[in-house]
Design a protein around this ligand. Structure first.
Ligand SMILES: Cc1cc2nc3c(=O)[nH]c(=O)nc-3n(C[C@H](O)[C@H](O)[C@H](O)COP(=O)(O)OP(=O)(O)OC[C@H]3O[C@@H](n4cnc5c(N)ncnc54)[C@H](O)[C@@H]3O)c2cc1C
Length: 559
């Protein structure tokens, strides 16, 4: 029998931090990842992690205010305060574990500027910060007693009397299903970027945990808040880090104007992401773009800065679009990058389903509200991963394992998956359904939205769900059946896509990343509240929750 006091699903930064915390609290911990742990999407994080260090003249209050303002006043201020207060401590503890952050000439930890923040408080390791942090946490886990299920895929959560007490997971190498019993379960499964096409996210970022939690009775909150990053490559959607603008790169339109002067005169290219993405989309729509893009100009930074601090994007430019960024501006466009919404949790990661926690991008605590500040996500993963791990371990220490009918649970899940494999060929393909979903989401729930487009998207997503119910899986085997996994992931994404569209239709104002052409203003009187979606037998149900305001009264947002 496989069992752990605390079972963490996901081995990105949030999952690894949670597992480490739980293990250090004395719990017996297991961690599952559908890919080899250091291939999690956290590995792709480029630009850095925010923290306000007092010895730099910075303060958690300033960081918190920038975050609240960045969120367009939709973030819960109690959670934001908590995150910003412990940011320095968490950062230094990562450094002590072994993350070699870049240093200034005077030998102190170096910072770069990131969007929407009045101070340079982003700590970084060149332009591969996520990789550096993930590898260090992975080493810590290898040193610990945590059991690691690598390349295992969770297909469902097990509930008994409404309480989460384990999962059913497939060992991908053999296709065999197992029940893993747990006293508490922490979801750290990341975002849902691939519900959009294109996206900066890895192909594995498919909203599995959000859909699993939703179907188990948890709430999804603020799902309409999908972040379009201002600098992604046309076509592939590959990210060019905000660190480039942080180091001083400009945005230009086809006339060679730094157009941000007109949209955000004081912060220019380093206004918050929603503002910069809207400005770019407006320039392109008004005919000031270049082939559907605007240009990011790094030339004046000089070859040395580019090679030392932006080496990865130098390679990306050269390899993917044949542009040498030391010599030419690179064409970029806003592209899907991150979801601010997710599984609603409290500041300890607890969802409304007893025994079930969530942390990292799959969760909505909520610290990002309508728009996440760059470099606040890595912070979110370690702060709330840590807290969720601690809490899950403490709760597990007072609990017994539940008796589970393992044979029946496995047999039921085997029969469900067999049903998927046995579907006859009908000319449709998982990849086509996935592509159609991505295209419709990008078209209708991108930088700008309106009732007509979102209504069309809802009809599309519902039709895609019907196609999904009979879409065949070509590989019928059991060993490394990635076809079957792609199909299951598509099901998770469609549930999330539906929640995104429903939340978008519900919110009738423009706030953060949710910018409506039919409700162009922010309307605090009616919409200073969260939008929630829950699962019911009659379909998704939408509800609201007030935003927690502590010390910052909503005001007009200008950069
Ligand atoms: C290109 C890129 C650059 C970024 N740069 C930055 C940055 O510089 N600063 C910043 O703050 N943020 C950045 N972000 C955002 C940030 O990296 C992510 O939000 C964060 O890393 C998410 O971490 P996570 O631990 O929540 O999830 P992830 O790192 O996505 O990990 C998810 C884990 O869940 C596992 N999993 C998922 N489903 C299942 C399943 N069904 N069964 C088993 N395992 C499963 C996966 O295998 C994986 O281990 C960037 C994002 C991208 C895409």
């Amino acid at each position: 029998m496989l069992e752990h006091d605390v079972l963490v699903i996901g081995a990105g930064l949030a999952g690894m931090r949670a597992a480490l915390a739980a293990a250090q609290s004395g719990a017996d911990v297991g961690i599952i990842s559908k890919v080899y742990p250091v291939r999690s999407h956290s590995n792709a994080a480029q630009g850095g992690i925010n923290a306000a260090l007092v010895d730099r003249g910075d303060s958690w209050e300033e960081h918190a205010f920038d975050t609240v303002k960045g969120s367009d006043y939709l973030g819960d201020q109690d959670a934001i305060e908590l995150m910003c207060k412990v940011a320095g401590e968490e950062l230094i503890s990562m450094e002590h574990m072994g993350v070699i952050f870049n240093r200034d000439d005077d030998g102190r930890l170096g910072t770069r500027s990131f969007g929407g923040q009045r101070r340079a408080r982003t700590f970084f390791v060149a332009d591969f910060t996520g990789q550096a942090m993930l590898h260090v946490l992975h080493e810590q886990l290898m040193k610990s007693q945590v059991a690691s299920y690598e390349e295992w895929f969770v297909t469902r959560l097990i509930l008994e009397d409404g309480e989460c007490c384990g999962v059913v997971a497939m060992e991908i190498r053999t296709g065999r299903l197992y029940v893993i019993r747990a006293k508490t379960v922490v979801l750290a499964t990341g975002g849902v970027g691939r519900a959009y096409e294109p996206s900066t996210n890895a192909l594995i970022v498919t909203g599995d945990g959000m859909a699993l939690a939703y179907n188990a009775g948890a709430l999804l909150m603020d799902m309409e808040m999908v972040q379009y990053h201002p600098t992604t490559l046309k076509g592939s959607g590959v990210l060019i880090t905000e660190g480039a603008r942080g180091e001083g790169a400009y945005l230009l339109n086809r006339h060679g104007d730094r157009f941000m002067e007109r949209y955000a005169p004081s912060m220019m290219e380093l206004a918050s992401r929603d503002v910069v993405s809207r400005s770019e989309a407006t320039e392109i729509a008004e005919g000031n773009g270049v082939d559907g893009c605007v240009l990011l100009d790094c030339r004046h930074l000089g070859e040395q800065v580019i090679r030392e601090k932006l080496s990865q994007i130098y390679d990306i430019g050269l390899d993917l679009v044949g542009v040498d960024i030391t010599k030419e501006p690179i064409p970029i466009t806003p592209g899907m990058h991150y979801i601010m919404g997710g599984i609603k949790t409290d500041v300890d990661g607890l969802t409304r389903v007893p025994g079930l926690y969530a942390a990292g991008e799959c969760a909505c605590v909520s610290v990002h509200g309508g728009n996440r500040l760059g470099a606040n996500s890595l912070l979110d993963t370690i702060v709330f991963g840590h807290r969720a791990g601690n809490h899950a371990a403490a709760v597990a220490s007072d609990k017994e394992y539940r008796d589970l009918d393992i044979r029946t649970l496995v047999a039921e899940e085997e029969a469900r998956l067999r049903g998927v494999l046995d579907r006859p060929a009908n000319g449709d393909r998982v990849a086509s359904v996935r592509r159609d979903m991505g295209v419709t989401m990008d078209r209708h729930l991108g930088v700008y939205r309106n009732e007509e487009g979102m209504t069309a998207a809802l009809a599309d997503v519902r039709k895609l769900k019907e196609r999904y119910a009979s879409v065949p899986v070509e590989d019928k085997g059991s060993v490394f059946n990635t076809d079957l996994i792609f199909a299951l992931e598509l099901g998770f994404m469609l549930d999330c896509a539906e929640a995104i569209v429903l939340s978008g239709l519900e919110r009738k104002d423009s706030r953060g990343a949710h910018s409506r052409t039919d409700f162009t203003e922010r309307d605090d009187e009616n919409w200073l509240k969260h939008v929630l979606v829950s699962h019911s037998d009659d379909g998704p149900k939408v509800s609201h929750l007030p935003v927690v305001i502590t010390q910052w009264t909503p005001e007009e947002r200008k950069y």
